[in-house]
Write a protein that binds this ligand. Structure first.
Ligand SMILES: O=P(O)(O)OC[C@H]1O[C@H](OP(=O)(O)OP(=O)(O)O)[C@H](O)[C@@H]1O
Ligand SMILES: O=c1cc[nH]c(=O)[nH]1
Ligand SMILES: [Mg+2]
Length: 213
């Protein structure tokens, strides 16, 4: 597993505003949207392209276009939905599959409550969107879903990651024969006793969409 921390002053600036507890929901949504577009630029560095002939007003030339099958973008509900538009701005011809997952706040175990993915992901590049990689349980389960269906290249985009979660994810991927990359805006200090990222930004889903029942 590779981890790529996007080191850019605009990312750091927007992330600081996102973390601030005084940032309201509309601003939080706008910042998450802007941040994911900046991260997506790095995350799509290995997106597959193929040669494509065109004619400019001056001369014929050969460029590239995105290869088929189209990449699959997978937001993890709820909070990953806040990253979807920002991602699709860069990959408008991508397809979208959905995974609904929630972490039990006592046991910190993730369970899946919704799944709408193509049955066959053979030969597909997948981009998983989830703002928070805390214990890593949610992303580990999401990656397993995609690998079981045949995905052969997986990139996870997160806004914040915890060192414990990155280590757990890497250990859990031992024996998985698919390249996995995590692209993140920051690796924070640690998890607290409730499994929250420190300093973090709190509950991403709640800050995007309000308190869950
Ligand atoms: O790395 P982990 O320890 O698994 O935690 C991370 C997960 O927790 C949050 O989701 P949550 O369960 O709060 O659901 P929500 O998006 O509906 O708020 C977050 O959006 C991640 O999906
Ligand atoms: O810090 C955290 C950890 C898990 N989920 C969140 O939304 N925030
Ligand atoms: Mg939540």
């Amino acid at each position: 597993m590779r981890t790529h921390v996007v080191d850019h002053p605009l990312v750091a600036h927007k992330l600081t505003r996102l973390r601030d507890e005084t940032t309201d929901s509309p601003t939080f949504r706008a910042l998450a949207d802007e941040l994911v577009t900046l991260l997506a630029y790095e995350a799509t560095r290995e997106v597959r392209v193929e040669s494509h002939d065109i004619v400019t007003p001056v001369a014929p030339t050969t460029g590239v276009h995105l290869a088929r099958p189209a990449p699959l973008v997978v937001p993890i509900l709820r909070a990953g939905l806040g990253m979807l538009d920002g991602m699709m701005r860069l990959l408008p011809t991508g397809e979208v599959g959905f995974l609904g997952m929630v972490r039990n706040e006592e046991t910190l175990e993730a369970t899946t409550y919704a799944e709408r993915l193509p049955e066959d992901l053979s030969g597909r590049q997948c981009y998983v969107l989830d703002p928070m990689l805390a214990t890593g349980g949610t992303l580990a389960a999401a990656i397993r879903f995609l690998v079981d269906r045949g995905a052969d290249h997986i990139t996870c985009i997160t806004l914040l990651s915890a060192p414990e979660g990155l280590a757990k994810l890497e250990a859990g991927l031992a024996g998985v024969d698919v390249p996995v990359t995590v692209v993140t805006a920051a690796v924070d200090e640690r998890l607290n006793e409730h499994g929250y990222i420190v300093p973090g930004l709190g509950d991403a889903g709640d800050r995007l969409y309000g308190l869950a029942q």
